[in-house]
Design a protein around this ligand. Structure first.
Ligand SMILES: NC(=O)c1ccc[n+]([C@@H]2O[C@H](COP(=O)([O-])OP(=O)(O)OC[C@H]3O[C@@H](n4cnc5c(N)ncnc54)[C@H](O)[C@@H]3O)[C@@H](O)[C@H]2O)c1
Ligand SMILES: [Zn+2]
Length: 363
């Protein structure tokens, strides 16, 4: 078992990473959750048939009273309507201010359930049980929320979980595309902070893509460590935490212009990180970042090129509306070297347009 700790004073919490630990969920709760606290598991329709029963069994056998709710799979579930549905069921099941929610699933279930917990009766505790590779990112750090028709993650809060229980065995049932998309964020954590982790990801790509248990545990431990380090220093994104957005300004624009179909999040971030590396070289702030970034992402079966159907001017317009941008000026996270990034304010738009053109030629 690998264990990490997010240090945030009284909001500190552990992350447990190991195989086949969902069956023992109750063991982890023992010292933190009382038996008079009502539990409520939220999951989605893909995850429920695979992993809900072992979790319920473990909790019920340990003497907890547990309810559950299954949402539809996919980004659509991150909505105020679904939030309202869950809160309705929770009220009817008699959950009070001492109750605790458990999020069993990927980033969608985690963000949604975390926001339910942040708002239910002005806030109750919750636990993350991530089941996707991407969720190593979303389950740590306490950003929770839902989407608004006018924008992704527009309604939300900072609400840290009580703990994260990461059963790496659940990753085995993920569709291959979701595995690669998850690796995009793992690679991101290397690119922003840890050059030796990037080399390690390069040399163990084959085993990692086969999801070999020991390698996966190490990869998740190292990727989560980066996130933990950053979040422990800047919980509410006053500064440093922004570096977690490497590739996301380009990436969000790609997601938005493709109508959130065609590219899944990790894929869009992959193309975005290649874009950021091209832009950094054009700005003269880095050398030799584009080629290693491109090569590594390709190794993990990720897209590295912007399709011709994307219009550069439209991309730029959407990028300027990014949450990080200030007064219409682009603020972007760009690499200085492999393993090191910088937040650059007022990025020259002409260079962004050139980088976007070049991004369409990448192979
Ligand atoms: N809060 C944060 O800091 C943060 C960070 C990154 C991403 N996010 C959010 O995370 C979401 C994306 O997360 P995701 O990629 O995990 O998506 P997801 O939760 O939609 O999961 C992807 C798909 O895999 C299925 N699935 C989940 N676990 C499975 C398993 N073990 N086996 C088989 N199928 C499984 C799901 O049902 C879904 O169809 C986005 O909404 C994004 O905004 C949040
Ligand atoms: Zn992301």
């Amino acid at each position: 078992m690998k264990t990490l700790r997010v240090n945030l004073g009284e909001r500190s919490y552990p992350i447990f990473i190991d195989e086949h630990i969902l069956e023992n969920t109750a063991e982890f709760l023992k010292e933190k959750v009382r038996h008079d606290q009502r539990l409520f598991v939220v999951t989605d329709e893909h995850v429920a048939p695979l992993y809900l029963q072992p979790v319920l069994n473990s909790l019920e056998q340990a003497g907890y009273t547990v309810g559950h709710y299954i949402v539809e799979a996919g980004e659509k579930a991150k909505s105020l309507d679904v939030l309202q549905e869950i809160i309705g069921v929770a009220i009817q099941s008699g959950l009070d201010r001492n109750s605790l929610f458990l999020a069993l699933g990927g980033g969608v279930v985690g963000d949604l359930t975390g926001f339910v917990a942040a708002t239910y009766m002005r806030g109750v505790e919750f636990i993350q049980l991530p089941t996707t590779l991407l969720a190593h990112d979303s389950s740590v750090g306490g950003k929770v929320g839902v989407n608004h028709p006018l924008g992704k993650n527009m309604i939300g809060a900072f609400h840290q979980p009580l703990m994260v229980i990461y059963d790496t065995h659940t990753l085995k049932s993920l569709p291959v595309r979701e595995v690669s998309a998850g690796f995009a964020e793992v690679i991101k954590h290397g690119l922003i902070w840890d050059a030796s982790f990037v080399s390690w990801l390069e040399s163990h790509a084959e085993g990692l893509l086969r999801l070999e248990p020991d390698l996966m545990k190490q990869a998740l431990y190292r990727a989560c460590s980066v996130k933990v380090n950053v979040v422990s220093q800047d919980e509410k994104e006053q500064g440093l935490r922004a570096i977690l957005n490497l590739g996301h300004t380009f990436g969000h624009a790609i997601e938005s212009l493709s109508g959130y179909s065609g590219f899944i999040h990790g894929e869009a971030v992959s193309v975005g990180m290649v874009g950021a590396s091209l832009l950094a070289e054009r700005l003269g702030m880095a050398e030799h970042v584009f080629e290693p970034t491109r090569r590594l992402l390709k190794r993990y079966r990720l897209p590295v090129r912007l399709p011709d159907t994307f219009d550069e001017q439209e991309m730029l317009d959407v990028m300027k509306r990014d949450k990080k941008s200030k007064e219409g000026k682009l603020v972007m996270v760009l690499p200085e070297a492999i393993g090191r990034v910088q937040v650059v304010k007022g990025v020259d738009e002409t260079l962004v347009m050139e980088a976007l053109k070049q991004l369409k030629e990448v192979e």
